[in-house]
Design a protein around this ligand. Sequence first.
Ligand SMILES: O=C(O)c1cccc(C(=O)CC[C@H]2O[C@@H](n3cnc4c(=O)[nH]cnc43)[C@H](O)[C@@H]2O)c1
Length: 212
Amino acid sequence: MHILIMTAVEAEKDAVLRGIKDDHRFDVIAGGVGPVSAAISTTKALLTKKYDLVISAGIGGGFLNQTEIGSIVVATEIIAADLGAETAEGFSSIEQLGFGTSRVSVDQVLSNKLVNALQTAGLCVHTGPVLTLATVTGTKETASQLSTRIPGATVEAMEGFGVALAANDARLPILEIRTISNPVGPRDKGAWKIKEALLALEKASSILVEVL
Ligand SMILES: O=C(O)c1cccc(C(=O)CC[C@H]2O[C@@H](n3cnc4c(=O)[nH]cnc43)[C@H](O)[C@@H]2O)c1
């Protein structure tokens, strides 16, 4: 089995590599920040080699009461949360506009297997929809609007949907794994617990090797 893991930045890639060690089934690529860079980088990677599974992995912002800093989230669904139109009545999704879909399903069998293994290893793990946004949420109001609009929203990050669309286009299964560095809400980048989130990403990656 050949597995492609896409992160946004090098620090996330290094954390994944520390977890998977020298397992040659995995390629790990830092494809850039945001859904567009992620989609382009993933598409390019999928054209260069035959893969069986694609994983979007990295740190993310956790929704209040759903996650803790340093916990791991395995996506049940990958959702482009800002793909649509703002109207006088509120946000209209791309589905409501009739132009396509903002949701990609994950491989449920693999994701359940991974969640069980992470729990067995004693790690703090949650499951739920992982949102992709091109803009990091920076206010309480936007955070609250997102969790109202997308019930169960667990994490927000910036790449999953781009990676997932590229995987879908290549007819490959997709997973998304995020570890929580900060709460979704008022921006305070100085308070992001990046070290803790990268350590959790390393641990989650070491379990991935056992599961796949
Ligand atoms: O400064 C560093 O050392 C550093 C190390 C690793 C990663 C970073 C990033 O800034 C990664 C950006 C990446 O993180 C995701 N992310 C994290 N929190 C959020 C959030 O609250 N909302 C949306 N995205 C978030 C995102 O996927 C970015 O690509 C820095």
